[in-house]
Design a binder for this molecule. Sequence first.
Ligand code: NA7
Length: 554
Amino acid sequence: MAADPRTTTDFDAVIIGAGFAGLGMLRQLREELGMSIQVYETGSGVGGTWYWNRYPGARCDSESYVYCFSFSKELLQDWNWSGKYPEQPEILSYLNHVADRFDLRRNIQFDTRVTSAKFLEDTNRWLIETDQGDCVTARFLITGIGCISTGNIPDIPGLDSFEGDWHHTGSWPHEKVDFVGKRVAVIGTGSSGIQAIPVIAKQAKRLSVFQRTPQYSIPARHETVDRRFIEEDVKPNYDEIWEKARWSRSGFPVEFSQRSALDVTEEERLEIYETHWAKGGFGFLHGTFADIRTDIRANDTVAEFVRSKIREIVDDPGTAEKLVPMDHPYGSKRALIDTNYFETYNRWNVELVDIRRSPIREITPKGIRTGDEEFEFDIIVFATGYDAMTGSFLKMDIRGRNDLPLKEKWSEGPKTYLGLQVSGFPNMFMITGPGSPSVLCNMPVAIEQHIEWISEFIEFLDENGIETAEAGINYESAWVSHVNEVAEPTMFMLANSWYLGANIPGKPRVFMPYAGGLGTYREKCNEIADNGYEGFILGSGSRRRPVATSAREA
Ligand code: NA7
């Protein structure tokens, strides 16, 4: 086949996305391997998720001192976060600083969405096209498109007729949205909703929260950063901190409790829960008891504790009962931490609408109609989440060997080897793809593990004159089974969550992330590399370089 006449440039790699993943991968491949790289980014600036998520109260739930890159010791020493948890504007400043400091912008084309990527079997190149008319080829296609970046705006009849303004938290306007004096609706009470609700409540004339599923949430205890802690405990000890985070279960440099909630007296148990409630943050999940993640009897104890706290905080008993989660175990949906979320329902201008009991029927020109009532609003905020983990892939037309669309390959749910590659899609790597620990972790740590592993793999391919690497179908199937097996005994299987695709009507119900822990996963990835990249089919392709013999049976 003759080369596509529209093709202008051939790159070593095209990277999609300029968030943590895309920026880190670009730096690594350009600086460490000397590769020619083109990054395409839909936004007008760097930041990825943090470029788009500008809603009031947007903040990361990881503590700031580990929500960053670890590849540069100087960067770690120089950067100073102001909050215990990093707020969206500051994360964006950080990523802009990284882009400037490492001169990354020159390889990034902004305002450009990749629309299709097709593997050309005769040349072993990816042909990539964008909505700006670009048509380029690359040996490697690397996705850094985020796991939670394709917004879910529910298909509620009448949205077009609404006369006020509406916004999704994941594509928030750059201009300030003024809530002062406004009647506001927030639909959704996940991480985004519970961050935005207390902030909006302080400004709005009236705030109505439309809740489908009540949530467990623990106080974040957000505050300004403890300078003494950073200067004395963190900065001099970053090497050990990262080592611990890298091998930990979820990318945090913390110890997980080994205790059972069932082996202590009720008094001791309550004391431990109270201590961690007072400390706040994810320590409540990992520092209390090991079996709250695996044993429903242990989980009942923590669930009941959080329910009692909600009843204690919320003044109106009717509202408190609506807020108490009864239909899923603690930690089975994405664990939440908040700042004054439940307290907000004690405000005179805030009401809770239980749409599980009386669902939203339609959006009218003036507001929202449920089965029971019609409400009038000036602004509707959709905090309704994302088509997580697969949505951003399937928005693009990605085709592998035999012109097979990824959409077809994943019609029963995502199939990957290690969450890094898909069989039939040679030389395509996914940073934090489905089947990797990704969303169950502190993201930058998960991202850097993939960046390093992919980079080492590419180095290995080059050193051995190998043109293509492709996940073997048997290894892929085995990995998919393993991901399911690991998730099966956990609480994650007992809730309708976006981890399972349950929030998107018609999406296959498959647990998408790897729940075995980041440290274990890292060990597996390293073992596979040490075994000559076991499970990958390594091919010489059209360059007629020597064919590697590893994993022929893959
Ligand atoms: P989430 O966690 O998916 O939360 C979305 C919320 O919106 C949740 O309360 C949903 O209820 C609700 N929802 C979703 N669809 C509807 C419809 N159709 N009607 C009413 N309510 C709906 O998204 P977030 O943006 O909060 O957080 C995403 C991730 O970003 C988060 O986990 C962090 O990793 C960062 P449900 O619980 O499904 O009944």
